[in-house]
Design a protein around this ligand. Structure first.
Ligand code: SAH
Length: 235
């Protein structure tokens, strides 16, 4: 059975979007994963198909209604396994990371609710026990780009999506380190040579150099990751 991404959105036409291309797109074509979009508007009950209303207490913008969202979530969950995460994309959620991507890839699928406007009625978050997950400390105009970015990270970890030669193990964050720098031909470019060790053919020395570079770049670019890594490995 393929891994399933259920997306609740006002813009189903945004999917698969970028996920229909390259690695994720090929995996989609090969049936290694599937996208089910649910159009939130299909769950509206009035003839204007309205899904939002003005914020209680006043203020700008519109808020997505809990009755409509509740019905949409319930419809999606009918086709989900109970262990699939039920996620609301939200700037106030826990920040998405590689460990979460691995965890999600290990379930059979996920249900994602994409907010729009000012956000969603708090009661639906509470009643349906939505897990709020953020793409980062900035405000998007909707949850869809966040869902696409997170799904891209998850799909490449699914069995069979990346070839053996494209091993994910060395990549940034997998060991708590950023990745070492890469080089390819030409041997000399604008007067700069590929580091000699990489042409030495000495696998031990190359691995040592790469680890050293990964540590250097992490210390320099991400002191937060570095202090965790140091605590784990250097004591
Ligand atoms: N008024 C809200 C922002 C609403 S943005 C606030 O100040 O927090 C509209 C929708 O975009 C949100 O409901 C959410 O689904 C999505 N969104 C915006 N920024 C996001 C982020 N950093 N990560 C994930 N989703 C985000």
């Amino acid at each position: 059975m393929s891994w399933v991404a259920q997306i609740l959105t006002l813009y189903p036409q945004m999917f698969p979007g970028p996920l229909g291309h390259s690695l994720a797109g090929k995996a989609l074509d090969d049936g290694l994963w599937a996208i089910e979009t649910l159009d939130i508007r299909d769950f509206a009950s009035d003839k204007h198909r309205s899904v939002d209303d003005t914020p209680a207490g006043g203020g700008p913008g519109m808020v997505l209604r809990p009755d409509i969202l509740g019905a949409a979530i319930d419809a999606a969950r009918l086709h989900a396994e109970p262990d699939w995460p039920l996620v609301f994309l939200s700037p106030r959620g826990r920040p998405f990371d590689q460990a979460m991507a691995r965890e999600w890839a290990g379930c059979g699928g996920i249900t994602m609710l994409c907010g729009r406007f000012e956000g969603v009625d708090q009661r639906v978050i509470d009643q349906r026990k939505l897990t709020e997950i953020s793409l980062g400390d900035f405000i998007l105009s909707g949850g869809e780009p966040a869902a696409i970015a997170m799904l891209d990270a998850v799909v490449r970890l699914l069995p069979g999506v990346m070839g053996k030669h494209q091993s994910a193990e060395d990549e940034s964050f997998e060991r708590g380190l950023l990745e070492y720098p890469h080089y390819t031909r030409p041997q000399i470019w604008e007067g700069h040579e590929i580091p000699a060790v990489l042409n030495s053919g000495h696998h031990g020395k190359i691995a040592e150099w790469r680890l050293k570079k990964a540590e250097d770049v992490t210390r320099l670019c991400r002191p937060d990751l570095w202090s965790t890594y140091e605590r784990r490995h250097k004591t």
